[in-house]
Design a protein around this ligand. Structure first.
Ligand SMILES: [Cu+2]
Length: 392
């Protein structure tokens, strides 16, 4: 029995499982805007989550207050996808255990941590069957939403965020090894078109998420997912800044207007400024009462180099590709829980008694461990999964 204990201890201290995620980039009206890292996406140094709700990193992830050189042009009303991956594009996207909602926010381009400027433009939680993260994986890593029609042209920061709930039954403030995992991705974008609706005031990051939020402190394993409340404010109705969108037909005439808008966008964006910047939001229950940050997106803080030119502008109004055109995620990374290797080893030794096949069992274990990953919290995990050996 000695080998039993030794094997378990070895498995426990070898490493930590990393099954996180990071954004790859954006798609606009079905067109791939290319890798965003360092160009228009303020990519964090790793795919690890932010968990301290009071950290400035909640806003745009680690390092996300530093601007990058480019922007992506996005016509108002267009279909946008934020594409994610685990380690490499078209891989398993994110571990299936990381269930939770996905949300998207906009703020003026010069937003700073703590500014009450973030306006939610999309959210998906539990749809009655699946969590948004499960649907993300099925959709080849793409989270789809719509850029509000009629939004005034200008430079904005687009924040797409995955909130993983697999450890949110315990608050980070009570146990830093656990807590909700926030994966925010901030993209520098230039909204084009003839819209005139300015963003209302919004919420602040950090600040919008609190320990007391039901959607932050949630037991994924015991609670009814249908009761889940996505944290943060309500989704903006797109019209509450006070001035109606200039062209209500914007969403239905993308094909006819896109090429014109795209070709003039470079000239427009530097001059175009929303005219009604002092409007208050109607979603007052969720938004701060007052803020000076309802002003138009400032162009002064906007990088000048535009990565996406008119050649990348959408040519048609075809919808964002579904999973049929995207690479399908595999059923997993192929990695197994290291505990499976250790259990197999123990069984191998036991079965070869009274003359244990130390060499053979050891070789099998070594091969198994070469493609395994580890999870410290084995007893908790056993309760969750009912057994060891879940694919990571
Ligand atoms: Cu993870």
């Amino acid at each position: 029995m000695k080998f039993f204990a030794a094997a378990s201890i070895a498995a426990t201290f070898v490493g930590v499982a990393h099954a996180h995620a990071v954004e790859f980039g954006l798609w606009v009206d079905g067109k791939d805007m290319g890798a965003g890292k360092g160009t228009y996406y303020r990519a964090p140094p790793s795919n690890s989550p932010v968990k301290d709700l009071t950290s400035n990193d909640v806003m745009c992830n680690v390092g996300g207050t530093t601007a990058v050189s480019g922007t992506v042009s996005i016509p108002t009303g267009s279909a946008v996808s934020s594409e994610w991956f685990h380690d490499n594009r078209n891989d398993d996207i994110i571990d299936g255990s990381h269930k939770g909602p996905i949300v998207a926010y906009l703020a003026p381009a010069d937003v700073k941590p703590g500014d009450a400027s973030w306006v939610k433009i999309a959210e998906d939680g539990f749809d009655g069957t699946n969590w948004a993260v499960t649907n993300l994986i099925a959709n080849g890593g793409k989270y789809d939403f719509t850029m509000p029609a009629g939004l005034a042209a200008g430079d904005y920061l687009l924040r797409v965020e995955i909130l993983a709930l697999h450890e949110s039954d315990t608050l980070f403030s009570e146990n830093s090894a656990r807590g909700i995992q926030l994966y925010a991705a901030c993209n520098q974008i230039t909204v084009t078109g003839s819209g005139s609706t300015s963003l209302p005031a919004g919420v602040a990051f950090p600040g919008a998420y609190k320990d007391s939020d039901a959607g932050i402190h949630f037991n994924l394993y015991n609670a009814d997912p249908k009761t889940y409340v996505i944290p943060g404010p309500a989704v903006w109705d797109g019209a509450s800044s006070g001035s109606a969108p200039a062209t209500s037909a914007a969403t239905t005439s993308v094909a006819a207007t896109t090429s014109a808008a795209a070709t003039t966008s470079a000239a427009q964006t530097s001059a175009a400024a929303p005219t009604t910047s002092a409007a208050a939001p109607t979603t007052s229950a969720a938004a701060p009462a007052s803020s000076s940050s309802a002003a138009a997106p400032a162009s002064s803080a906007v990088p000048t180099t535009r990565v996406v030119t008119t050649s990348n502008a959408p040519a048609t109004s075809k919808p964002v590709p579904t999973s049929s055109t995207a690479a399908q995620p595999t059923s997993g990374s192929g990695q197994v829980d290291a505990n499976v290797c250790m259990n197999s080893y123990n069984k191998c030794i036991a079965q070869s008694q009274p003359n244990p096949d130390w060499t053979g069992c050891e070789a099998t274990r070594t091969a198994c461990l070469s493609n395994a990953t580890y999870n410290f919290n084995m007893s908790q995990r056993a309760r969750r999964d009912g057994k060891f050996g879940r694919l990571l």
